[in-house]
Design a protein around this ligand. Sequence first.
Ligand SMILES: NC(=O)c1ccc[n+]([C@@H]2O[C@H](COP(=O)([O-])OP(=O)(O)OC[C@H]3O[C@@H](n4cnc5c(N)ncnc54)[C@H](OP(=O)(O)O)[C@@H]3O)[C@@H](O)[C@H]2O)c1
Length: 385
Amino acid sequence: LSQITDTTFSEEDRSFMKRALELARNGRFTTSPNPRVGCVIARPSSNEKFKSQIIGEGYHLRKGEPHAERVALANCTEAPIGATMYVTLEPCCHHGATPPCTDAIIDADVDRVVVAIRDPFHEVKGKGIETLRENDIQVDVGLLEDECWFENRFFFHYHTNKKPWVILKAAISLDGKMASKTGHSKWITGDTARAHAHEIRAETDAILTGVGTIIADDPLLTSRMPGIEELKIKQSTRIVLDPQLEIKRDAQVIRTYNQAPIWIFCHDSAPDYAIQELTFFNASVTSVGGERQALDLHSVLESLAASGIQSILVEGGPKIHTAFLESGLANELLLYIAPKIVGGSEAPSFFLGEGVELIDQAMQLDRVERTLLDQDTLIRGILRR
Ligand SMILES: NC(=O)c1ccc[n+]([C@@H]2O[C@H](COP(=O)([O-])OP(=O)(O)OC[C@H]3O[C@@H](n4cnc5c(N)ncnc54)[C@H](OP(=O)(O)O)[C@@H]3O)[C@@H](O)[C@H]2O)c1
């Protein structure tokens, strides 16, 4: 991220960009594979009390629909000549599903564009900013860059590293257990925490679990967030890691193939008849290498990235979570902690692994947020590399 001095931007700039970021968040369930972008257009006010006032604002809703900049320009209550545009991502300069935003900005005759962060997408990557500058528009880059990166971390990670952003999500007890010693786990957390998890499901492109969880809990893995159908929010693709294709043919994820896609990853050694059977039941089956009982997660993520999956919510049991943590492929953690003590050395903990010898070797979270969800606490953060 670029170094910005405190004097580059005014307090007013900061408050308009904050508003643009708030607008960008409105697209969090619908924009993928496009980024979430918000835009505010402001100009000097005739009222002396305020230096500038907003004359137009907008956000991007979904691929194929107008970008935030064009929505904000169309919403302007007066001509934007000489105004400043605040946008959370570098404006595009190429013909994609919609025409270049730089054309619309140049035609609108704004004086200045404040951009939070450069677009890593290969067709843009600084060219949008260059185009505006070549047309004598002042462009200042880097305001709330970190916040705007965070809002679009799936998109940035995908375009920069060619891998999906991986969030590990688990409900645990105070003593870190994901289930009791008998494998019982319904329900560790309460209604509010579970409703929150349904929102996260609706935000991510895919939900992934292991065959262990499918056998133990027979989950649906769809989002039941209120309004999901009315808002035309796409259900995430459901992914099961099942090396030897042990999943029951009448598992809920198979029976509900028409509610959301179901993709199963198996090992190269899985029997052909099982692949054919599951394909017949409308699952898409992909075989990858690795150990017979533990698929190579790098190959799984590569294959998912090639299918355009930018974000994955992992809702596995302890084995899958441990595999993601040990392979260094997890980016973010979402732990819903219930004020309960389960006990039992046989009851599985969230992280099994070898464990570290010294506390300073422990995996560490950054950007930690804590949220109270009735009696439960959500702790989320980004895993430090
Ligand atoms: N509290 C919660 O949030 C929560 C959420 C989900 C599940 N659970 C609980 O977790 C328990 C199930 O846990 P689990 O660990 O058995 O299930 P899991 O983590 O969902 O699935 C584990 C299975 O995934 C397969 N697998 C494929 N690739 C793998 C890899 N690279 N590394 C590891 N495994 C891989 C293996 O199948 P093979 O055995 O065929 O090799 C493995 O046995 C249940 O009691 C369930 O209720 C709790």
